[in-house]
Design a binder for this molecule. Sequence first.
Ligand SMILES: CC(C)C[C@H](NC(=O)[C@@H](N)Cc1ccccc1)C(=O)O
Length: 623
Amino acid sequence: MGKGKSKVVCGYPLSIFFIVVNEFCERFSYYGMRAVLVLYFKYFLRWDDDLATSIYHTFVALCYLTPILGAIVADSWLGKFKTIIYLSIVYAVGQVAMAVSAIHDITDSDRDGTPDSMTFHIVLSMVGLFLIALGTGGIKPCVAAFGGDQFGEHQDRQRRTFFSVFYLCINGGSLLSTIITPVLRAQECGIYSKQKCYSLAFGVPAALMVVALVVFIIGSGMYYKAEPQGNIMLDVCKCIGFAIKNRYRHRSKQYPKRQHWMDWAEEKYDKLLIAQIKMVLKVLFLYIPLPMFWTLFDQKGSRWTLQATTMDGNFGALVIQPDQMQTVNPILILTLVPIMDSLIYPLIKKCGLNFTPLKRMTVGMLLAAIAFVCAALVQIQIDVSTKQLLHSSPYILSGQGFIYFKLTIKGKANSDSTTVHNTDKATFTLRSGSQSCEYSTNFGFGSSYTFFIHSTLVFGSNCQDSVTAVEDIKPNSVHMALQIPQYFFITAGEVMFSVTGLEFSYSQAPSNMKAVLQAGWLFTVAIGNFIVLIVAELAKIPKQWAEYVLFASLLVAVCVIFSIMAYFYTYIDPTEIEAQFKKKINEDDEDDKSKPGKAEVEMVKRDSIKCHDEYDKATQTKM
Ligand SMILES: CC(C)C[C@H](NC(=O)[C@@H](N)Cc1ccccc1)C(=O)O
């Protein structure tokens, strides 16, 4: 039985249907907007590459910092349900602001197709992005935890499946949107003049966010809504502060040691709260090495995409652009999650192996390290096949009777650029006044040519014979398909690490701090992103393959540390511990009534010993 008023379908509360659909639409909205964001900065706001990249990364990092805010509001004030509703409204407003900011006609009074007041568009889009970061980050820890809340105490298996399906929805939504929004952006639209349609590319994600909100509200009557339990974060901070102060006051040897430093808060704070803080601190401590995984994981969007630009994306009938390679990740997620859940994990269990969550996460980290070794091997191949400069143009200038022009073919996914996009055959029109002739030739990814046009060219005739193409830079010869193994390993790692971590963060959190621990989990993603920026700035390793190997080695080292920490971690059942504490506190209350005048110090000591016993009983399983 689920916990809410929801009907149960095949053992699952019906309410979770609304939650997973909400997640699907929200992730569509988020990833769809993100997919075209850098191009919007570059081609609409006319920022340079560096500014566009920095603002983009700052936005992504902010999206993973705001979960803390959302979790605090949810767990201590509004509850998860209301927090999701209010922040979804903020989020949808942000998306609408982005869509409006991309309508060039608003400030295009001279109707020349370019906005006249860029400040208006910049300010509106920055406000929009801030609201989106607040919304998407704020609701992120709440939606996952709210979904988990819908399951009863004895529905561990169903809850685990829910987290897998939840992850599938994230990737289903993001896959669709990363395919659709670039297509929408490439359309031309406008009232006075036709321009690339960023407003539509942002407008559709905005509409999907409204759909997400409506779907979530429709399920309203079915949800189990846990009540927020006061300002829990403030209580936690005060309790930790008191424990530290009290420990310092009693540092002399005459005071007997206590089992845990948090026990020094017992004089003033509820033992249940102390036990809950211990649970959270144990998990947060375990999170310390985790950002390194995200450091590697998030380089899919940067380093690996740049690597793809030096590769050949010609897949026969299909020409894949470098940034489109990223869609391999959600495609593999959609395949691997069901395979893992229904085949691999049950098989491992059948073999008698206890593949605990922390073991899965450790293996996930190792797989990510292997992915980076694969990336290094591909990089070495690319370097070996490095394009040679066959001719340099100033040298050619000495030729007589020719004019020349240089053309570079890049494997880029944007059609705003004047670069010719990876085409098998391109046709150029040579014009002089009203006369013209056409020249066609074949190109490869990443190649560069100098075309020599003979001064004796006669228009009207076939100019094919009057143009000579000289290959300056050879086309990319290493195929993009070689990136598939690294995508496979990083995604298999993601399934083991991220899907498991999401569920682990929920199951190990005390009832009043579920969203807070989800936010802690997402915080590791934010730190991971900052590490990418720092390492990229500081390390400055000249060879890209060596940087990949460095990252892989760092992750292996961190993985060893994590496995040691995980070995000493004891799994807990927060619900059971909380129930035992509540029961014991009730018994003590009864005792106190029947035995008045007992020395308080003695009572605290005895309670403390009893509490530890309860806590120890409930924390038996290791890694
Ligand atoms: C990082 C987040 C904690 C996890 C999750 N992301 C994913 O599931 C990615 N596989 C999605 C993706 C889609 C397209 C391109 C790259 C990544 C999330 O967004 O919640």
